[in-house]
Ligand binder design. Structure first.
Ligand code: SF4
Length: 293
């Protein structure tokens, strides 16, 4: 069999060493203004027989695989029986499998019942990656995220009730220089209401394909944050986070000017100290040429 992923193919950085199975193509929403990842694709669910044939191919080459990521943009949109068959097939073929994960939008989680999510969890889906981006309803509306703060809270609570882990990403810089505080305060409010397992920050980076769409939904006065502004956002976010359960925090995505890693609230003071130190020691900041800028 000839095997090739349908490009472009994306996966979270933490899935870099894991096997990828492409269960869907594209993103069923595909409207967020800052995101061009799947603009070249029309969303479709891939037929199970095609996916099974690729799994048969992959298992011959990577029989020891223990973690699998389901691509593309929101594989959790698939009907529950479709996903259940896929998870059963993966479990049958990969005896060492300990975790299956996928991207998910809040709507994907809310469209499934608690019992459906629990079933998928029992069949091996352990972790979902959610691009929260912001907790501010003003910012969420401007970036056409298709979900409000409360929708995110409900989706995260529902996932947690089904024992699914959530890895959430927030994009620093989305509010620009005028609305950065609204962006960060709303984001902290969201996470404090519905703590996720992992929280990562990214730094707003627009490519040519998304720049015009993003800007056309911003106020005329929108100005991008510089590194100093981004550090101030990071500082306020870490100061305001007060989750009911500890959160593993990372800003190690390549877009960030300052890589940080710790546990909130335990490591808050150390992380704030690293931000303060970076203001007087430029060497701590990741050079622009390493940041896809
Ligand atoms: S950010 Fe996620 S939900 Fe939005 S268009 Fe991109 S892949 Fe789809």
């Amino acid at each position: 069999m000839l095997f090739a992923y349908d490009e472009p193919l994306y996966r979270p950085p933490s899935e870099g060493r894991n096997l990828i199975v492409q269960a869907t193509l594209g993103c069923s929403f595909n409207r967020c203004t800052f995101c061009s990842m799947y603009k070249s694709k029309t969303y479709q669910a891939r037929p199970l027989d095609d996916v099974f044939a690729e799994i048969d191919f992959l298992v011959n080459r990577f029989p020891q695989a223990d973690r699998i990521f389901l691509a593309d943009g929101d594989a959790l949109v698939l009907p529950t029986d479709h996903l259940a068959s896929l998870l059963d097939y993966l479990a049958e073929k990969f005896p060492n499998l300990t975790r299956v994960s996928s991207y998910a939008m809040p709507k994907n989680l809310l469209d499934k019942s608690h019992d459906e999510l629990s079933l998928l969890r029992d069949k091996g889906l352990k972790l979902v990656y959610m691009g929260v981006e912001s907790g501010s309803n003003l910012i969420l509306k401007r970036i056409i995220k298709g979900a409000s703060q409360q929708t995110h809270v409900k989706a995260i609570e529902k996932a947690r009730a089904a024992n699914l882990k959530i890895s959430a990403t927030v994009i620093l810089g989305l509010g620009g220089q005028a609305d950065w505080e609204e962006h960060i305060r709303g984001t902290a409010e969201l996470i404090n209401q519905a703590p996720v397992t992992y929280l990562s920050t990214l730094q707003l980076t627009l490519d040519d394909a998304s720049h015009d769409d993003f800007m056309s939904h911003q106020p005329d006065t929108f100005c991008f944050q510089d590194d100093e502004g981004i550090l101030t956002e990071q500082e306020l976010l870490l100061s305001l986070l007060d989750p009911a359960k500890p959160i593993i925090f990372r800003s190690n995505h390549a877009s960030n000017c300052l890589p940080l890693a710790g546990n909130i609230p335990r490591d808050r003071d150390r992380l704030l100290g690293e931000i303060a130190a970076s203001r007087s020691d430029e060497a701590m900041l990741r050079p622009a040429f390493l940041r896809w800028l």
